[in-house]
Design a protein around this ligand. Structure first.
Ligand code: BGC
Length: 735
């Protein structure tokens, strides 16, 4: 539809029709999955609202969505199609590693391909919009949603944010197999106080703008069609009613001109924040802030028409929002083809096809991080291996956002072993359940497995110990239950359930060759695991092909290459811990200064157990000292920092060279190190390569005291190494 026609359409719509465009209702309202007047009325929607709503959340399937769309449009006075939206986070039916795992690949192009596949499966199933990527910067492992982010670094997150948006959207939303992306949660949702979900966010404006906003900006610059508001307050004002944040920052400074959707019921929640006295006021605040779509409340539908008639809200505000929604429908080509890519035949053909599964396997194996290896891995052929632990036969390793992915499509670790040569000498046993009796996941709608009796648990444990005794080595598959991370899963104890720790202790007491395969959606306190086991492979929630990918790595067919996108704290008392912290006036150098009055803990080190960027390989790499092509440069010039990296081990492998920069003195304090570039290099044994990083204004600029992104002259240090703790550095000066 031409712009002119779109404008005419808007003009022709009644106020009621326009306001209804701003509603997002449950897909179930159209299919009878939910009682029409029951929950619908509770939310404040009338049948009239639903029959003219702008978008639906949660319905899926080509046949179903085509039927809904057809019937909907037949009744709609202007034949404006519905938008179908859903959270397709790490894949639809083919499930990829959770985003935090994807961050560990340090390969945004891979996530772009995963997003492309997710978009394809979503599009043929009739969807138009996915609520992804989630690009919130995360520093606190207590917060369960760290799983949905690619980690603690603004630069890395920005690359992933842009890559995922490109993957979902392609060049043009009208093209087949693409869906619109929604960058979320704007803004600062990743910093809830004390790691408790939905809690207040307290950030200085400087930190907020410099570290938290860039990944949203990258997604917007890549063309994200939507942005979602966040639940938290920003500067004391709930984001969803925050005019400064949405109008001045998001639309003004960041240049976003797409659709702004509230998070689930977030417009209503600004009342509970204590920002608005009632639903009417909440509607005014949200529409003034520029929130175009009200997700799942009746606040807009109940109030906006009257507010316009009473002169409390200008109709121009409604028009502006509705025009953006119509524009999005138009960009997706829905006026010409309201079903877009919905296609039952294609659903059968592409969903979970072998190419998609293969990509899921590639992404999973590249996301695994080898945290420790005292020679236990890779497995030695011909040795008897006992595969123990609750993840050996657990089919669900997809992460809590995999609402469409089905466990039946996932291969278990036992099956993955049995389909390989390794299956010949393998024995298996669960040892315990995932949670043990004492931990309950209350309020989760999913039916949880029944806990066996105490006696059955004892038998399980004893059997596992016997198997461990009789084996040359043990692969112990442990970790969080997949529902222990994700939304509303804050944890004050970031450890695996006690019952599994007990299993670990018992197994390690009888077998000195234990490799732990650790499943989790967040960094955990793994001091004891790390001490007791000979090897630890962090596998996150690896998705549909996770088990086969684990066997690729355990067997040595694939040499692990993942790097931590988020620090693994020493213990929970250290969080939020992140490598790119500021120095203090009393910096503490571990082991060096004995002064009492330094910035440190008495009982634990300042350093995390495993730092950002860390990850081992089955081979070793030697990295030469950093060489500079020159030590001084003027503004506008560039210089080069380079190292030679050599594979000095016995097998081929991939190293991720990371370049960090420190600005020694500046108008606002700078982090002790900031990632500014990285390069993945694959080398055969004995092979060597020179890796050069170019440094120019882009790597040196920051948000200065003038609130502008610019570089300042002075001394800098550049580091190139295999993780963020590297001290392999050189100096240079910007004149
Ligand atoms: C979450 C969002 C999600 C939305 C819709 C909310 O509870 O915070 O991330 O996109 O639900 O499912």
């Amino acid at each position: 539809m031409t712009e002119q026609k779109l404008k005419e359409l808007l003009q022709d719509m009644t106020l009621e029709e326009k306001v209804n465009q701003m509603l997002q209702v449950a897909g179930g309202f159209f299919t009878g999955d939910m009682m029409a007047m029951g929950p619908m009325a509770e939310k404040g929607f009338t049948e009239e609202n639903v029959s003219k709503a702008g978008s639906a959340l949660g319905a899926l399937g080509a046949e179903k969505l085509k039927k809904i769309q057809k019937e909907f449009m037949e009744k709609h006075p202007h034949k404006v199609p519905l938008l179908f939206m859903l959270d397709v986070i790490n894949g639809l039916k083919t499930v990829f590693p959770v985003p935090l795992g994807q961050g560990a690949t340090f390969e945004p192009e891979l996530s772009e391909r995963c997003a492309q596949v997710a978009a394809k499966e979503a599009a043929v199933s009739g969807l138009h919009v996915t609520f992804s990527p989630m690009v919130d910067l995360v520093r606190d492992a207590r917060w369960g949603r760290v799983m949905e982010s690619t980690g603690e670094d603004p630069y890395l997150n920005s690359l992933f944010s842009a890559a995922m948006v490109r993957g979902y959207q392609g060049e043009d939303l009208r093209e087949p197999y693409h869906v619109a992306a929604c960058v979320k949660h704007f803004a600062g949702y990743g910093a809830p106080t004390a790691g408790r979900d939905y809690n207040t966010v307290e950030l200085s404006r400087h930190t907020f703008k410099e570290f938290y906003l860039p990944a949203y900006q990258a997604g917007i610059d890549a063309g994200a069609a939507l942005v979602m508001t966040s639940f938290n307050t920003v500067d004391g004002v709930p984001a969803t009613g925050n005019r400064w944040l949405m109008r001045d920052v998001l639309r003004g400074e960041m240049g976003f001109d797409g659709v702004l959707i509230s998070d689930w019921a977030a417009i209503e929640e600004i009342i509970y924040h204590g920002y608005c006295a009632d639903r009417k006021e909440a509607a005014v605040r949200a529409v003034q802030a520029g929130v175009d779509i009200d997700m799942m409340t009746g606040i807009y539908s109940e109030n906006l028409c009257n507010l316009v008639r009473d002169g409390k809200v200008s109709e121009a505000l409604v028009d502006e929002a509705v025009y953006r929604i119509l524009e999005l429908k138009n960009k997706l080509g829905l006026f010409e083809n309201p079903y877009k890519d919905a296609d039952e035949e294609k659903e059968k053909e592409v969903i979970l096809c072998s190419a998609h599964r293969e990509l899921a396997r590639e992404a999973a194996r590249k996301s695994f991080v080898l945290l420790k290896n005292d020679g236990a891995l890779p497995l030695v052929k011909g040795k008897k291996v006992a595969y123990l632990g609750p993840y050996v036969e657990n089919r669900n390793m997809m992460g809590s956002w995999s609402i469409v992915g089905e466990a039946k499509d996932v291969t278990t670790l036992k099956e993955a072993v049995m389909e390989r040569e390794e299956g010949k000498d393998a024995v298996f046993g669960p040892g315990c359940t995932l949670l043990g009796g004492e931990m309950k996941l209350e309020g989760f709608t999913e039916t949880m497995e029944e806990e066996p009796s105490a006696q059955e648990c004892q038998v399980m444990l004893e059997e596992a110990v016997e198997l461990a005794k009789g084996a040359d080595m043990v692969v112990l598959a442990l970790g969080e239950h997949r529902l222990q991370s994700g939304e509303a899963t804050s944890n004050a104890t970031i450890q695996i359930p006690k019952v599994q720790m007990e299993l670990l202790r018992k197994v390690c007491a009888v077998n000195g060759n234990v490799a732990v395969v650790l499943f989790s959606g967040r960094p955990l306190d793994i001091r004891e695991i790390s001490e007791k086991a000979q090897a630890v492979l962090q596998v996150w929630m690896p998705g549909t092909e996770g088990a086969r990918a684990i066997m690729d790595v355990l067997s040595g067919d694939y040499n692990p290459s993942g790097k931590l996108p988020m620090s693994f704290p020493y213990c929970v008392g250290q969080v939020p811990v992140h490598y790119n912290e500021y120095s203090t006036g009393r910096p503490h150098v571990e082991g060096k200064d004995k002064d009492r009055f330094r910035s440190k803990y008495l009982d634990i080190p300042n350093e995390p157990l495993y730092p950002f960027g860390y990850g081992k390989s089955y081979t070793r790499f030697a990295i030469s000292p950093v060489e500079m092509d020159k030590e001084r440069m003027k503004k506008g010039e560039t210089l080069q920092a380079s190292v030679n990296v050599k594979n000095v081990g016995d097998v081929a492998g991939t190293e991720t060279l990371q370049m960090y920069i420190r600005d020694i003195a500046a108008s606002v304090v700078r982090p002790v190190k900031e990632l500014k570039g990285f390069r993945k290099v694959t080398l055969e044994p004995g092979q060597e390569e020179k890796v050069c990083f170019e440094i120019g204004d882009r790597q040196l600029r920051f948000l200065t005291e003038n609130d502008r992104w610019e570089s300042e002259p002075g001394e800098f240090e550049v580091f190139v190494g295999a993780d963020s703790s590297t001290v392999n550095g050189a100096k240079f000066w910007l004149e």
